[in-house]
Design a protein around this ligand. Structure first.
Ligand SMILES: [Zn+2]
Length: 226
């Protein structure tokens, strides 16, 4: 889909919402986001280019979600057709590699100096803590991060674990626990984008056998840097 093809769906929907002039273009944001500016009856959108292979129907639906959001001043809410598109193989196959290229602090490998995240994931599966078929791209970060031990893009199915945990001085179960936490986010799917660490999430988190010890380690690592 070319750049010009996004304008029509946004204009069509915008007119229904009372806008006479609508300009939309794709923009290569790293995260899945869209920004806009309004002035009177005109609106300009910079739309995440992760939607560049979406059909005109999906783009119209996406525009509708945005105009509703602008009108009602609500936070991000996507309709069923959009959520389905975001979870389709078409979306992830095209966009995950783009997202990885835009993620600067990724080793892009699960194999660290001391620990291999594939083995750690396998261990979580064997303990029944992570379901099979949860295909995700899992990697150590390039540089160690003391404050963000793990990161997960539910949308792009990418999990990154801070390479600070890839150390012979830190037991393997600490990395395992952080990976478990991130895999829980993936398992909860797009719902968890809204209800990040709710009570149910915390309950699941505590199922990790060495939960307390792992948490203590994480606190210690964070405090050592001060
Ligand atoms: Zn989390």
């Amino acid at each position: 889909m070319s750049q010009s093809d996004i304008n029509q769906p946004f204009l069509t929907v915008g007119q229904r919402f009372g806008y006479s002039q609508v300009d939309a273009e794709f923009h290569p944001y790293k995260e899945f986001k869209t920004t806009w500016q309004r002035c009177g009856s005109s609106a300009e959108f910079k739309v995440t280019d992760y939607l560049a292979n979406a059909s005109p129907e999906v783009l119209e639906e996406f525009a509708k979600c945005l105009f509703i959001r602008i009108q009602q001043q609500r936070s991000e809410v996507y309709s069923e057709p959009i959520l389905n598109w975001l979870q389709s193989p078409n979306f992830i196959e095209r966009n995950q590699p783009i997202y990885l290229r835009r993620s600067r602090n990724l080793l892009c490998s699960p194999r660290g100096v001391h620990y291999d995240l594939r083995e750690i994931l396998e261990s979580l599966r064997n303990q029944g803590l992570v379901k099979d078929g949860n295909a995700a791209f899992i990697s150590w970060t390039d540089k160690p991060n003391r404050f963000r031990m793990g990161y997960c893009s539910v949308l792009m199915k990418v999990v990154a674990i801070s390479s600070i945990l890839d150390s012979s001085e830190i037991p393997k179960y600490v990395a395992e626990y952080v990976l478990y936490h991130e895999m829980l986010h993936l398992e909860k799917g797009l719902d968890s984008m809204r209800s990040q660490h709710n009570a149910e999430f915390r309950r699941m988190e505590r199922k990790y056998p060495r939960f307390r010890e792992a948490e203590d380690w994480l606190k210690r690592i964070a405090s050592e840097s001060r």
